[in-house]
Design a protein around this ligand. Structure first.
Ligand SMILES: Cc1ncc(COP(=O)(O)O)c(C=O)c1O
Length: 390
């Protein structure tokens, strides 16, 4: 069978994730210190695990409602109201998904017609452009720059918007740069999307992980934005529940109904045990989340200082668990830097180019790793940068 000729052309065009590719190279080198994974090094809180175990003891092994357990949707609605003063009706404006990943994929399938353009700040999380292209749309990068700490600007948006532009994807706190946009900074973007009648897909998965007293505000909480915004969030990062695959979408009911239709057929419902864990995560784990956030913050300060001390230009990240130093002083490309660093010093970080063309000259370092790993990795990187510095 000639499978190649049978595979859908839009799938063939999608490049495999640059993170995965690099991760595989690093996995072949023994004793590597990995700062390449965007995944907490903590386990989920014990209370979450207990709730999941109890649901098994209680033989709660059936499907839930397609949109997720009502109790979980109610907790999500409360969370939104408490943090951002935005109301979502748990009955038909919240959908529990298999992580943000599923939420994004289903939403883009529900929204995208062939030829629709979806604008995405570059660099960006790898799944955004792929999800747009798989849905038949055109992913249009919006370049962002180190001088702006990689924040998206109206100026850059104006250059890429066309009559075919349907949606804007936002992801703050940001993977891969660690940049954060406050409500005040997002206001001009809100004005722009209203003027151009765009939908906003906002991935707020790192909303709990902000530092230096920065306040996170959901894009949906900005004036007039709730009606045109689809919010994605989940339990993978702040609650360290990546493997449970649990996330959610909050959106106006007219937007959510078609997404639910796709979710019903493709997924049925998110995992039942994970949903029991999610209820406890929202009800009862603020202290655990705060203690992990504080630990990331300590590591963030150490790695920021370490990179500054080795003379790499870098801005201080305000969110998520990534830092994005400028490595151009070495004369190496992002890919060369990462390949040589892993071969010569056994430290794995990810080329900025895995996240888009604007990432050239930068590398993504994840500080979701132990303090000892971070300190040793800084020593090795410092030696490496000294060797190549031009
Ligand atoms: C910005 C961003 N969004 C979404 C995801 C995936 O989230 P989930 O585990 O909820 O599918 C990740 C994972 O790295 C991420 O960094």
């Amino acid at each position: 069978m000639d499978w190649d000729s049978k595979i859908a052309s839009n799938v063939k065009q999608i490049k495999p994730s640059g993170i995965r590719k690099f991760f595989d190279i690093a996995a072949q080198v023994k004793g590597v210190l990995s700062l390449s994974i965007g995944e907490p090094d903590f386990a989920a809180p014990d209370k979450v695990l207990d709730a999941m175990k109890k649901s098994l003891d209680d033989k709660e092994t059936s499907y839930t409602a397609n949109s997720g357990m009502l109790e979980l949707r109610e907790e999500i609605a409360k969370y939104f109201k408490k943090h951002y003063k935005v109301d979502y009706d748990p009955n038909d404006e919240i959908l529990v998904t298999v992580g943000v990943s599923e939420g994004l994929a289903m939403s883009l399938l529900a929204l995208t017609e062939p030829g629709d353009e979806v604008v995405i700040p570059d660099p960006a999380y790898v799944a955004y452009p792929a999800a747009v292209e798989l849905a038949g749309g055109k992913a249009v990068p919006i370049p962002t720059y180190p001088k702006d700490d990689f924040k998206v600007t109206v100026e850059a948006l104006e250059k890429v918007v066309t009559p075919k532009t349907k949606a804007l994807v936002l992801g703050y706190p940001n993977n891969p740069t660690g940049t954060m946009m406050t409500a005040e900074e997002l206001m001009p973007i809100a004005k722009f999307v209203k003027e151009h009648d765009l939908i906003v897909l906002t991935d707020e998965i790192y909303c709990e992980l902000v530092y230096n007293g920065v306040k996170f505000t959901s894009f949906a909480a900005l004036p007039d934005m709730r009606e045109r915004t689809i919010v994605f969030n989940g339990f993978s990062k702040a609650w360290a529940m990546t493997g449970m695959r649990l996330g959610y979408i909050c959106a106006p009911r007219e937007a959510l109904a078609p997404i639910l239709k796709l979710h019903q057929y493709a997924i049925m419902c998110a995992n039942t045990q994970a949903q029991f864990g999610g209820i406890t995560a929202l009800k009862d784990c603020d202290a655990e989340v705060e203690s992990m956030r504080q630990e990331y913050d300590r590591r963030r300060k150490v790695i920021y200082k370490g990179l500054c001390d080795m003379g790499l230009p870098v801005f201080e990240p305000r969110g998520a668990f990534y830092i994005f130093p400028d490595i151009r002083c070495t004369g190496l490309t992002s890919a060369e830097f990462c390949e040589k660093l892993v071969q010569e010093e056994k430290v794995a970080v990810v080329p900025g180019t895995a996240f888009g063309d604007s990432g050239e000259g930068f590398v993504r370092i994840s500080y979701a790793a132990s303090m000892e790993t971070i300190q040793e990795a800084i020593k090795r990187m410092s030696k490496f940068v000294d060797k190549y510095r031009k």
